[in-house]
Design a protein around this ligand. Structure first.
Ligand SMILES: C[S@@+](CC[C@H](N)C(=O)[O-])C[C@H]1O[C@@H](n2cnc3c(N)ncnc32)[C@H](O)[C@@H]1O
Length: 338
């Protein structure tokens, strides 16, 4: 298998590994290639795609993947459905293995970086669980991470504070690709903080003990390792004090998908307003990625920003589709100025 079939195999692989929805798979391209080829090559195309799904590979072939996903193979079409090709024994074996697996409330998702390295996360299979939306990765997080990989200078050698980190996707991509000096993941939900910590370790990083003053000792440690210093902080926008916030000495503040509820946005805006007392050259750069699901929520947020004296502008982005595979016209990044 070569050329277009190989590319198609890689497209399937990326989407399988990050457990995208069924409709995000490149079905039209598959259909087109199946129709174009003779029966024998239809079978070898399907076999090739099956081999791109690490579930089917011998462990030794699973490059960079310590926790391959499972249960996805069921989305591959039965060869009879789209072509006249003979069913593949291999496909049936794979299906049988997958269907015999136990249902679980957790799954592993892997997102391939341009380097081929993977960011692997343990996530909830439900979008809301344990009373929080923080146990899955949202599209705004994928979009923000994609933008970060295209703009590494924003993060390189700087202290980054992420608000509402969830399971940690954006931060892990930034730590693996942008070389920040310090990366402070934060959230306020205890289940989210636990999952986040687990995911950071899963990706081979060592965490510093939580401290509200991570600037201490940063220089000396950094020179030795050139590894970013990673911290997980419990930080509630509603109760964090100005003193605690400023002590973090963040150069850059980011957040993804934190604009979804008027109450939540109000405490977020109130917290961001605390940076307005800083001297202009000490103010952090702030980037918020959001999915506009309900225009009212978006407009309420903008009105709250205006009221708090926080200016904002939309950051132009062009997705090169590393993590997001389907077009998302409603995902946007705002830069805020306190
Ligand atoms: C929709 S999730 C987004 C998670 C992640 N950023 C993403 O985009 O995949 C919203 C996150 O904000 C956190 N959050 C909500 N209100 C918060 C608050 N007052 N303080 C801190 N974190 C909060 C939640 O715990 C959750 O992890």
């Amino acid at each position: 298998v070569a050329g277009p079939a190989q590319c198609l195999g890689l497209l399937f692989q990326r989407r399988f590994l990050s457990v995208r929805q069924l409709r995000a798979m490149p079905w039209a391209e598959l259909e087109q290639q199946l129709r174009a080829g003779p029966e024998r090559s239809q079978c070898s195309l399907l076999a090739h795609i099956l081999h791109q799904v690490p579930h089917n590979e011998p462990r030794s072939h699973r490059r960079h993947l310590t926790h391959p996903p499972s249960r996805f193979i069921t989305v591959l079409p039965h060869p009879h459905e789209s072509t006249a090709a003979e069913p593949l024994d291999e496909l049936y074996d794979a299906l049988a293995r997958v269907l015999n697996e136990e249902e679980s409330t957790q799954c592993y998702k892997s997102y391939l970086l341009p380097s081929g390295e993977a960011v692997t996360l343990s996530e909830s299979v439900a979008i809301i669980s344990q009373g929080t939306t923080g146990l899955v990765t949202w599209d705004a997080a994928l979009h923000l991470a994609e933008w970060a990989t295209e703009n590494p200078a924003v993060f390189t050698n700087r202290t980054v504070l992420e608000l509402g980190s969830g399971v940690g996707f954006t931060g892990l991509v930034i730590c693996k690709t942008c070389n920040p000096k310090t990366y402070i993941f934060s959230d306020y939900h205890h289940c989210v903080l636990k999952q986040l910590t687990e995911n950071i370790r899963l990706n081979g990083f060592t965490l510093q003990p939580e401290t509200m003053n991570p600037a201490q000792g940063q220089e000396a440690e950094r020179k030795e390792s050139q590894q970013p210093k990673l911290i997980v902080a419990e930080l509630d926008w509603g109760s964090v004090t100005e003193k605690q916030l400023l002590a973090l000495q963040a150069d850059v503040i980011i957040a993804a998908d934190v604009i979804y509820d008027p109450e939540v946005t109000l405490s977020l805006t109130g917290m961001l307003q605390k940076f307005s007392t800083l001297r202009a050259d000490r103010k952090p750069e702030i980037y918020i990625a959001l999915t506009v699901r309900n225009p009212d929520t978006y407009h309420t947020f903008q009105a709250e920003l205006d009221k708090a004296g926080i200016r904002w502008q939309i950051i132009p982005t062009h997705s090169n589709r590393i993590f997001l595979h389907d077009t998302q016209p409603n995902v946007t990044i705002l830069q805020l100025f306190t």
